[in-house]
Design a protein around this ligand. Structure first.
Ligand code: ADP
Length: 615
């Protein structure tokens, strides 16, 4: 069978590749609300955090007022001599307040980092879980690297914002408010002067944020492209392909180009808004000087201002600088990360095309093993409307314990039929019954627990042979695993490895031969012991010798269950109860081997062809 845009697909039309050309973040409704709702489960912690912040903010109003006192009453009292007793007291109070605030700060950081990381962690798992529920077609048309990138780069990208935002925003806002309150208490005309340019700053900040958001969307797309390239080029198949065609240089070039793009975007992201930040800094740093000037002007116009008030005022005002910059930075980060959030929500909003029914029907144990296709037509969702259906008007019935084989030229739709039974795809027209129930009325669990599949391409993950076999039944005992391996004729081979069942197999089982891999896959299915097995060209990767071993294995494996074999080599299915011959997605002949040979149609000519070339 053919996968379009699979791991090796270079021309995948996934969402990111399309968007990379338009470079815009996905549009998500109520984005702000949805981001906020992520924090709902942490209300209690957030309330506690905000209370701590309010306490420390209220405390920070006090020191500027104490400074005013220290100047006016302690240092330069009307009596002339400094009041050391009062000064000592004021100093101790200030140190006390700073200490308490420091401790409160540690508690706030702990709480907010906990909430931020928990929210981010939950988001990651939610996304992973959601992706697991997506139908097979989603994965055949989306590059693996692109999916990984959403999980890692996008969720990871919002992580720092999530953990910093709450504390920085609340903390800094309150510090700013406290400083402003203190400033207002000290002198309202000076406060107005200090605040006059603020609205302009806010406007500028919004503009910079928008620009940064756009760059962030592009950066994430470029990151996901890079991740797709890495996934394709550095996977076992990709490396094999590049090495066999001597294309390593081109692969490096492709990576380098995207990397250049990434570098440019990162620099642009850092630089956009630097001018703005410098302006804010210049503005905030110049205010004290301006304040002295304005204070002088006010005093000459009969406005009462003491030296203590002016010093206290500028102290409070200078404490505004870092929190203000912090708030602006976070506002920018939020705008930037909203592009990332939008990308995460876009994936979360994908509706799986194949879902469990709301009220799944139960399987009638008596009919288990019956499979019926009623006039089934199917087109691959990714194939496009104008393409003719892959299979057309297919009807057949397989009875319990029957051995049915599907044969036909490559591309005739054999694998497609097999994929429709466990609902990897849904029929476009017609219906498929499993044990007398429409597969669309059955839960995924009841289907998969009753069907065992040995795929054409055996997938073994990076773990021990034992774990690979036990995937079908995680709590299987060693004796059960060995029994399955023996039945699959692979036990002796496994025992000949120095580490036996604990031998590690590569990501895709590259240390094992095709035949060995398939026998492990058969052992996996035997361990599961399902009433229905689907064997998709299970013998295609083997030489005649291993084919015979597997053939014997299969013969013992299929007894007592319904078997659907998709056969490449006709020699393997001669003893099938029924052979269904397909051509261009149609059933052209049905019968036993003897009947079909006798009939002298497609099967007999395929048979003749294979046996004449086999000698
Ligand atoms: P067979 O198993 O008989 O070799 P398949 O069922 O694998 O044939 O494929 C039947 C047809 O469907 C082929 O023309 C193939 O290109 C097409 N096809 C297979 N998978 C997909 C897919 N994921 N998207 C679109 N077309 C597909």
């Amino acid at each position: 069978m053919t996968m379009h845009g699979g791991p090796m697909g270079r021309f995948g039309s996934d969402i990111d590749s399309i968007r990379a050309k338009n470079a815009s973040a996905p549009k998500i409704k109520n984005l702000g609300k949805r981001i906020a709702s992520l924090f709902t489960p942490h209300k209690a912690t957030l309330t506690l955090t905000i209370s701590l912040i309010l306490i420390s903010a209220s405390l920070s109003i006090i020191p500027p007022l104490l400074i005013q006192e220290a100047f006016n009453v302690g240092l330069f009292p009307a009596s002339g001599n400094p009041d050391l007793g009062l000064l000592t007291l004021l100093v101790w109070i200030m140190i006390g307040i700073y200490c308490v605030n420091g401790l409160l700060g540690i508690a706030q950081t702990y709480l907010t980092s906990k909430v931020g990381n928990q929210v981010m962690g939950a988001l990651r798992v939610k996304l992973f879980d959601h992706l697991q529920s997506m139908e097979l077609a989603f994965f055949t048309k989306t590059k693996t690297g692109v999916i990984q990138s959403r999980l890692q780069n996008d969720v990871g990208g919002v992580a720092s914002v999530l953990s910093n935002t709450v504390s920085t925003v609340v903390g800094n806002t309150v510090t700013v408010l406290a400083a402003v309150v203190a400033m207002l208490i000290l002198s309202w005309p000076l406060t107005i002067v200090a605040m006059v340019l603020l609205p302009l700053m806010v406007l500028l900040q919004r503009r910079v944020g928008q620009i940064r958001g756009k760059i962030a969307a592009k950066t994430q797309e470029s990151l996901s492209e890079m991740s797709a390239i890495t996934q394709e080029a550095l996977g076992v198949s990709g490396i094999l392909l590049a090495k066999s065609f001597g294309r390593q240089k081109q692969e490096v070039k492709r990576y380098q180009e995207e990397n250049q793009n990434q570098i440019k975007l990162q620099v642009r992201q850092t630089m956009s808004g630097q001018g703005f930040f410098t302006l804010v800094q210049v503005f905030l740093s110049s205010i004290p000087a301006v304040i002295y000037l304005v204070a002088g002007w006010l005093i000459t116009h009969d406005f009462v201002l003491t030296a203590g008030t002016v010093v206290a005022f500028t102290t409070a005002q200078s404490r505004l600088m870092f929190p203000m910059m912090g708030i602006m930075q976070i506002a920018l980060d939020l705008q930037t990360s909203s592009a990332l959030f939008a990308r995460i929500f876009e994936y979360l909003d994908l509706v799986p095309a194949i879902k469990d029914p709301e009220n799944p029907k139960t399987i009638n144990k008596k009919s288990l093993g019956t499979i019926k296709f009623n006039n089934v037509t199917f087109s691959y969702p990714e194939a496009g409307e104008e393409t003719a259906p892959t299979i057309k008007g297919i009807s057949f019935e397989i009875k319990p314990n029957q051995y049915a084989a599907f044969v036909g030229p490559s591309g005739s739709g054999k694998t497609t039929i097999a994929y429709l039974i466990p609902r990897f795809y849904d029929a476009t027209e017609g219906s498929i019954e499993f044990a007398g129930v429409d597969v669309r009325d059955l839960s995924h669990e009841s289907l998969t627990s009753n069907i065992g599949i040995v795929n054409q391409e055996t997938y073994l993950f990076y773990d021990t042979i034992k774990a690979n076999i036990a995937y079908a039944k995680p709590n299987a005992k060693q004796s059960e695993i060995e029994a399955a391996a023996k039945a699959a004729n692979i036990h002796d081979t496994i025992m000949s490895f120095p580490k036996g069942y604990d031998t590690m197999v590569g990501e895709r089982g590259y240390r094992l031969s095709g035949g060995e891999k398939q026998r492990i896959a058969i052992a996996r299915v035997l361990l599961k012991n399902p009433p229905v097995v689907i064997l998709d060209e299970a013998t295609s990767a083997m030489d005649t010798m291993s084919e015979r071993i597997v053939q014997e294995t299969l013969d013992s494996a299929i007894t007592g269950r319904t078997t659907i074999a998709i056969a490449h080599r006709l020699s393997t299915i001669e003893n099938a109860d029924r052979i269904v011959v397909l051509e261009h997605g149609h059933i052209v002949e049905v019968g036993t081997h003897a009947e079909l040979i006798e009939h002298g149609g497609l099967y007999s000519s395929l048979h003749r062809l294979q046996f004449s070339t086999k000698v």
